[in-house]
Write a protein that binds this ligand. Sequence first.
Ligand code: PRP
Ligand code: HPA
Length: 181
Amino acid sequence: TTSVNDYLRQHIRTVSDWPAPGVQFRDITPLLQDPKVFRILIDAFVHRYMDPDMRPDVVAGLDARGFILGAVIAYELNVGFVPIRKKGKLPFTTVEETYELEYGSATVELHTDAVKPGDKVLLIDDLIATGGTMMAGKKLLEKLGATVMEGAAIVDLPELGGSKLLQDTGKLPLFTLVDFE
Ligand code: PRP
Ligand code: HPA
């Protein structure tokens, strides 16, 4: 539905030169702030994953904005939520995955009992840029024997190539609502 996508696009704020000069930061906080918009946003995901053929066993959310979306989507689907966190935040035993950023690297972690072998997982974040974060999340879930059925985000930045890489090389189906150049 084009109108929902356009409506959501109109509620994403672009901040120039943040966090660094030259970056056009797509800020999703206005989508969360207005209850009417927030509901339309969440319902767009819930509608897709309520379908019996698409319903996951677990929703995994990526630190930090993937927690906000993922937790609400999981609640509405009546399935559990698990957080994939930046290194050093999770208290129990974890699996970890390190990936490359534009400058340096990052490590994410997942509790070893977060998913069971064979679980069908929906992986959620707010935005796909280079795809590194979502790919690392997929690898963590697969280390525990789970299958990531789909990755979902509000925003895709297709020019950065992450969504193509995830789908072609990573074999991860994706669902996103708004593209920005
Ligand atoms: C942003 C965004 C995604 C990731 C996308 O998070 O929320 O998680 O980057 O980039 P990628 O596709 O190139 O991996 P950020 O690193 O800003 O962390 P934060 O959620 O803690 O702000
Ligand atoms: N918004 C949020 N997270 C991001 C962005 C952005 O524009 N670019 C890379 N990560």
